[in-house]
Design a protein around this ligand. Structure first.
Ligand code: FIX
Ligand code: ZN
Length: 419
């Protein structure tokens, strides 16, 4: 066995680990990107990068403009205001701003000119198809999991029409409205031919919801089902959300072998005037996750938690339940200082049995920065962990490092889902 450390004279140990992390293809298990058949739902380009809701939230801290005036502007104009407020009037040091520059730089564009029209000109010369290939290559992403909602008016007709799938993309069935807004969702299910009645709880309702889930999981060839949850979500509980999970979602997941992804901690519309940028974070009571994992050992749960303060308890929970797979540093947790802390904690508590990151990209180009930034941190933490092992005389071989990184970049996830 060739030891990575014995090769130190040629390529230093840290550089070898960095090389492996930089070059291992990743399965991006949660994004908001769409495959090409969805046309304009796949967002890309400089203006989309600039009007990303992370930057909208940051720009309102600098702008004096009333919210309604901003929203009444065209996307082009909004992008210009954000560019001016966050890149020209101030240095773009936030993670979301830095991300735009990392991405542009990776495309070979000269960011120091601060020339928005020139950047727009370059993007105008690209096609979506070319750009998908370019972004995936630069990010080292081999497969992208979308977030797919039958409740989305733009998305649903595309699925209903049917299309030839792009093998680089896979689907995840998103069911937030079904679980969290049943009174509004039930009539929609009824309209689509499922015999449900929101006014009365009945076994019939649950079996019809199962039929709905089976139809959509099948139509999308979904890899997993997915719900984001408010911090005060409880399970078990005598409310319709918990009952729908227990009586429809979990039985469907067991029957189909699909995991259920839970994303606790989001407070939706803390400031509704910010629209998509107005969501916040709160500390979740993770007893619900404990109860779900304990009461349903035949179900598989994927989870990521939004609050920093929930991360340690969450890791400990995953040590107790092998039907729980930890993934990603989600949203407000996807900043370098927290990715470093969280990844380190997970490696220390879970070894390699988790998926450290997903991109959550909403704009195709974001794959580039989200993965470049994450890879850099993951490599740094791994180098340190292997160095700690080396102090004991345990020398990792190159192929062992490659094996470990493959686990982290999709291998452990695929195995968990396939169990
Ligand atoms: O619920 C989610 O999947 C979140 O990731 C998004 O809704 C959120 O807006 C986002 O883009 C976070 O990165
Ligand atoms: Zn997301």
């Amino acid at each position: 066995m060739k030891s990575i450390l014995s090769e130190t004279s040629r390529v230093p140990f840290a550089a070898q680990v960095e090389q492996v992390v930089a070059s291992t293809p990743v399965f991006d298990i949660h994004t908001h990107l769409y495959e090409p058949a969805f046309g304009e739902l796949l967002l890309w380009g400089i203006d989309e990068l600039l009007v990303y809701h992370y930057l909208v939230a940051e720009s309102f801290r600098q702008l004096d403009l009333p919210y309604e005036k901003f929203w009444a502007l065209s996307k082009t104009r909004q992008a210009e205001l954000i560019w001016d407020a966050l890149f020209i009037q101030h240095s773009p040091v936030s993670e979301a701003c830095r991300g735009v520059l990392t991405t542009l730089h990776a495309f070979g564009l000269d960011v120091k000119k601060r020339d928005l029209p020139a950047l727009r000109l370059w993007f105008a010369g690209q096609t979506a198809e070319q750009h998908i290939t370019r972004c995936m290559e630069l990010a080292g992403v081999e497969k992208i999991c979308m977030t797919n909602s039958p409740f989305d008016e733009l998305e649903r007709p595309v699925w209903e029409r049917g299309f030839r799938r792009d093998e680089r993309f896979v689907a995840a069935l998103r069911i937030d409205p079904l679980i969290l807004s049943w009174p509004e969702s039930a009539p929609r299910l009824a309209q689509w031919g499922y015999r449900v009645d929101a006014r009365r709880e009945s076994e019939k309702n649950f079996s019809e919801v199962r039929r709905f889930l089976a139809d959509w999981s099948g139509r999308m060839k979904a890899r997993y089902l997915m719900i984001s949850l408010p911090p005060d979500f409880e399970y078990p509980a005598r409310n319709i959300s918990a009952r729908l999970i227990e009586k429809a979602v979990l039985p469907h997941c067991r029957e189909s072998g699909l995991p259920l992804a839970l994303m606790p901690g989001v407070k939706r519309a803390v400031n509704p005037q910010l629209k998509l940028a107005g969501d916040g974070v709160g500390l979740s009571n993770l007893d619900m996750l404990q109860h779900l994992c304990a009461a349903h050992p035949q179900n598989k749960f994927l989870a990521t938690v939004l609050a920093r303060e929930n991360q340690h308890e969450f890791c400990v929970l995953a040590r107790k339940f092998r039907n729980l797979h930890v993934f990603g540093c989600w949203w407000f947790a996807n900043i370098p200082s927290l990715v470093d802390e969280i990844t380190r904690m997970r490696l220390e508590l879970l070894g390699l049995s988790f998926t450290p990151q997903h991109s959550d990209a909403r704009v195709l180009d974001q794959l580039v920065y989200k993965w470049q930034h994450s890879r850099r941190i993951i490599a740094r933490v791994l180098v340190e962990k292997y160095a700690d092992l080396a102090e004991t005389g345990w020398q990792p071989s190159r192929s062992e490092v490659e094996r470990d990184v493959k686990e982290l970049f999709g291998g452990a996830f695929e195995r968990f889902c396939g169990k």
